[in-house]
Design a protein around this ligand. Structure first.
Ligand code: SF4
Ligand code: SF4
Length: 453
């Protein structure tokens, strides 16, 4: 069963928001507005891409992750670590030492997420070979999956119905624990995330799936802890051999988080596209049937440089990407657990169809909804179509939709205000009241006068 609401992995701290409107301009799903001089989020439209977080000049947007101390609610604690985490440290701290520090922080076992990549590549190739409709779109990046759900519902059937690596690896550990006779309530599986989209994906997954992951931990928090621990304690370079640590990953796995990491391993013609604007541009063309050349597989990643560009990654994304390539050059071609993964995961790797989510829900009654959509279309023709944002909405199209949903009025548009004032149907004082409602009273204080007082 699909979750009814998206889990929100970010939160606007109103007390820190200065109402600058930078965030509303970059949101790919127009999920933000300015109201009362503060940013406001339509939670169901947000795809957790993190663009607003990145651009906010006053750090008013906060990541909502799990409290680290939650790990101690479990007797046996597994940490799933994406390869980008290690790559941030380059050669400064050896991987074995990082694992030892993570062990000291409280984890019983540390494993690299991409250890399932060998198995996944075979499954993907099999899936693509059998797919009737192509290109098949990778299910790896949760921000892209949500983007398709809310903005490109007509392409929803292209999404590959195979679980992404974090879920495959989590399943492997949960099943291994059960098979060894472990009490399920004593096992906690935690994921160290490089981006907020993966927090939301674990909390409210798509495809009729419930994640066995017990909690998601912010990568920049643990990065700083590891740096501090390394500075303060002498760890032997070869590591202390923390029990049960499994850090062996194949070169395929280490390349996976990079742009081209999947596409280069998929048979047939596969494209890799990174960066939200590039992804949107391509999906628009695909939706409009402007892509005439045959493509078998699309690896689409929301962040520039893919996972090294995640908002919770501390290292420079280009250096992190280069470090991953260097790590891959030294890694074995095949992971030593790949056979075991095959037996374990083939049966658990599939997910159900992903449901679309309408960005603009006008009404439950389809006939009423169609009428309202037509009304929004008419309003768009009246509005100036310059997307100035002075109304607090990111575009004239968004304002038209807000008006139809009765969240705004035509008077919110400053061009319409000027017209109504000229026609005598709106007083100047009413227009100012409206603008104060959007931008807050403080914006209308004469700053020069205040400074001189
Ligand atoms: S995370 Fe992305 S989709 Fe969500 S509000 Fe911010 S910019 Fe918009
Ligand atoms: S970017 Fe958005 S959340 Fe940040 S201060 Fe400006 S309006 Fe507020």
């Amino acid at each position: 069963m699909e979750h009814n609401t998206f889990h929100k992995a970010l939160e606007i701290q109103r007390e820190l928001c200065i109402g600058c409107s930078h965030c509303i301009k970059v949101c790919p799903t127009e999920a933000l507005r300015v109201s009362g001089g503060k940013a406001m989020l339509y939670a169901d439209w947000c795809i957790d891409c993190g663009r607003c977080f990145r651009i906010c000049p006053s750090r008013a947007i906060r990541v909502v992750d799990d409290d680290f101390e939650n790990i101690f609610s479990y007797k046996y604690r597994v940490l799933l670590v994406p390869a980008v985490f290690y790559a941030q440290f380059g050669k400064r701290i050896p991987r074995r030492v990082i694992n030892d520090i993570l062990g000291d922080m409280g984890f019983s076992e540390v494993c690299t997420v991409e250890q399932c990549a060998d198995t996944l590549v075979d499954e993907i190739n099999d899936y693509v070979r059998k797919a009737e409709e192509k290109p098949v779109v990778s299910s790896f990046c949760p921000a892209v999956i949500r983007l398709i759900q809310v903005r490109f519902p007509s392409l929803i059937d292209r999404i590959m119905l195979l679980l992404p690596p974090i879920e495959v690896t989590a399943q492997y550990y949960v099943r291994k624990w059960k098979m060894s006779g472990g009490d399920p309530s004593e096992l906690g599986v935690f994921y160290l995330t490089p981006c907020i989209a993966k927090i939301a994906a674990v909390k409210s997954p798509v495809g009729g799936y419930e994640s066995p992951i017990s909690g998601v931990i912010n990568m920049d928090y643990v990065y700083n802890k590891v740096l501090l621990a390394y500075k303060n304690k002498k760890y032997p370079e070869e590591g202390c051999g923390t029990e049960a640590v499994n850090d062996a990953v194949s070169s395929k796995g280490l390349l996976w988080p990079l742009t081209g990491g999947e596409a280069s391993q998929v048979e047939g013609r596969a494209l890799s596209i990174d960066g939200m604007s590039n992804v949107i541009e391509f999906l628009e063309k695909l939706e409009d049937e402007e892509i005439e050349e045959p493509i078998d597989y699309l690896e689409l990643r929301g962040c520039d440089e893919s996972c090294p560009g995640g908002i919770l990654v501390q290292g420079n994304r280009f250096l992190v990407a280069d470090n991953l390539r260097n790590m891959a050059a030294e890694a074995p071609d095949t992971h030593r657990l790949s056979e075991e993964y095959k037996q374990f995961c083939s049966a658990y790797i599939k997910m159900d169809a992903v449901e679309p989510r309408s960005m603009v829900k006008y009404d439950k009654d389809i006939n009423v909804a169609i009428k309202k959509m037509e009304m929004a279309g008419m309003l768009r023709k009246i509005l100036p179509d310059i997307d100035c944002g002075a109304c607090g909405a990111p575009s004239c199209e968004a304002l038209a939709a807000d008006i139809v949903r009765e969240d705004a009025s035509l008077n919110n548009c400053i061009f319409m205000q000027a017209r109504f004032e000229k026609e005598g149907s709106l007083q100047v004082s009413e227009a100012i009241d409206l603008m104060e409602q959007v931008w807050g009273k403080d914006r209308f204080v004469n700053k020069e006068q205040t400074n001189n007082e």
